[in-house]
Structure formats: C-alpha cells, structure tokens
Design a protein around this ligand. Structure first.
Ligand SMILES: Nc1ncnc2c1ncn2[C@@H]1O[C@H](COP(=O)(O)OP(=O)(O)O)[C@@H](O)[C@H]1O
Ligand SMILES: [Mg+2]
Length: 257
C-alpha cells in the first residue's frame, strides 16, 4: 500500500523543494512509482526546476473542481528506471493564480481538503503509486495544513538558525502534535562537523533540549548544489554525490516506516 509524505517547514528556503524533487526522483530511479505535487501555491517552483511547459491542467484547477487529477498529472519517463514511474502535478505560477489561491476562504479550503484526501484513493490505490509527495508552503498556510492532515509521514525541514529552530519548535505544539502523524525532522544546510565531539555539542546547544522531533537526517550545506541554483536534479545527474546517497538512505528507511 502506498504512502503519502508531506514535506514542510517553518521558514522558506530551508530545502523543501530540493528534498521533494530529489526524493521523488530517487524513488522513481529505484524502480518504484512516485508522484510529486507542488502544493506551494504561493511560490510554485517545480515547473521551473523540471522545465515543464504546455500544461493543460494545474493542481489549482483540480482543487477548484474544474479538472480531474488524471489531467493534472504529467509523466516524465526520463526520471525513472526499471518499471518505476515519475508523475508530477504542478501549481500555477502566474501572478493571477497566486493571488487567487491566497484569497480563498475557509469553505473553499474545506472542499479542497476533501479533494486532497481523495487522492489517497485515486493516486495511491487506483494508479498504484508507491509514494505521493507533497511539496508545501512554509508555515501555517491552509494548503500546507491540508497536506499534513492528508499525509502518513511528515518531514519537517529546518536549518539550525535560531529563528528556524524556535519556529519549528512552536509548530510542533501548534501543528504537528495535533495530527499525530509520523513526524521527523531533517536538519539541512548544517555547517557544523557533526562527527566531532565539539560539533555534536554545538549542534545540541543550537537545538536546545526541548526539541523532541526525532531527527531523520542531518544534511550539510553543499556549495555546488547552492551554486547550481536548482538547474539540475542532483539525484539524477550526480548519483555519486553525498546528497544523492542521503536520499537513497532516506528511501531505504522509508520502507520500514
Ligand atoms: N543542503 C543544501 N546544500 C546546498 N544548497 C541547498 C541545500 N538545501 C537547499 N539548498 C538550496 O537552497 C535554496 C532553497 O531551497 P528550496 O528547496 O527551494 O527551499 P524551500 O522549498 O524550502 O523554500 C535552493 O537554491 C536549494 O538548491
Ligand atoms: Mg519550495
């Protein structure tokens, strides 16, 4: 049976999109079926990263009830291997659509939640997808809460910056604890040598002892990834990269969750 993963954070720029797209790619390259949905309606970015043009239907249209999910999903065969599949559903990046999505009322959001919940049946059960991944907006956006509510597993990505750590800790009590999902923390862009005793102490000092989310991975900041500015998919173009190996380890751990 397939699983739904929401990738979320308190702040923007922590690495949600980088992890979402590389996790989906790693899964598909391993011969499994992945579907990635851009739920960051405030700052859509997957269309640019995956260089997809000529979209017939956006995820916005599905949530508005004007397009079936089958028409939203685009398959990228070059992103998978040996029986795997990579499907993507994009958020509309036009200014008009971004404005429209941020003006939705509670009633619309409730209907949207119903549509997101029904993806378990349509995407996981009927299409036989192994992992449905939601790339979300940071913070307490309705669309992100809906994604978390619908998920089995939540990855919370945080840097070790004080404001990020404190914000993430607040969201733990105000958001994640409420839904009792399998929630894990990914510490990203870490510039501390965590293999040394001094580094370990520095990290635990930065996190404080009230941080209770289990840590799934601690990932360094890679200059080459930063420099590439999202121009290529690391897991596909650089399979020997440390980051790609982290992703492979993540997919192995995911199988046992
Ligand atoms: N571990 C990392 N090392 C280097 N660059 C990273 C790392 N994680 C994220 N980035 C870069 O940081 C920027 C913001 O990441 P992104 O995934 O777009 O964040 P978010 O989706 O959370 O806003 C991107 O340019 C991304 O490539
Ligand atoms: Mg993003």
């Amino acid at each position: 049976m397939g699983k739904i993963i929401a990738i979320h954070s308190y702040k923007g720029g922590t690495g949600k999109t980088l992890f979402s797209v590389n996790l989906a790619t790693t899964i598909a390259l391993k011969g499994k079926k992945a579907c990635l949905l851009d739920m960051d309606f405030r700052a859509p970015s997957l269309h640019a990263i995956l260089k997809i043009k000529n979209i017939e239907c956006w995820l916005n249209d599905y949530l508005n009830g004007t397009c079936p999910i089958e028409k939203v999903l685009v398959e990228l065969p070059e992103m998978s291997n040996g029986g795997g599949k990579f499907l993507i559903g994009l958020a509309n990046p036009s200014t008009e659509a971004i404005r429209d999505m941020s003006a939705k009322d509670r009633k619309w959001e409730m209907r949207a939640l119903g549509r997101i919940l029904s993806l378990r049946n349509s995407i996981l059960d009927e299409m036989g997808i192994d992992y449905l991944i939601f790339d979300t907006s940071p913070g307490l956006q309705y669309s992100s809460i809906n994604a978390i509510v619908s998920a089995d597993i939540v990855f919370v990505i945080s840097t070790v910056d004080t404001s990020d750590v404190q914000g993430t800790r607040r969201m733990l009590t105000e958001l994640y604890d409420l839904f009792e999902k399998k929630t894990y923390m990914i510490l990203n862009k870490v510039l501390i040598d965590i293999n040394s005793k001094h580094g370990k102490e520095e990290l635990s000092e930065k996190l404080g002892n009230t941080h209770t989310l289990p840590i799934f991975e601690i990932v360094p900041c890679f200059c080459d990834i930063l420099k590439a500015g999202g121009n290529y998919i690391v897991a596909k173009e650089k399979p020997d990269h440390f980051f790609s190996k982290v992703l492979i380890r993540m997919t192995e751990k995911l199988e046992h969750l």
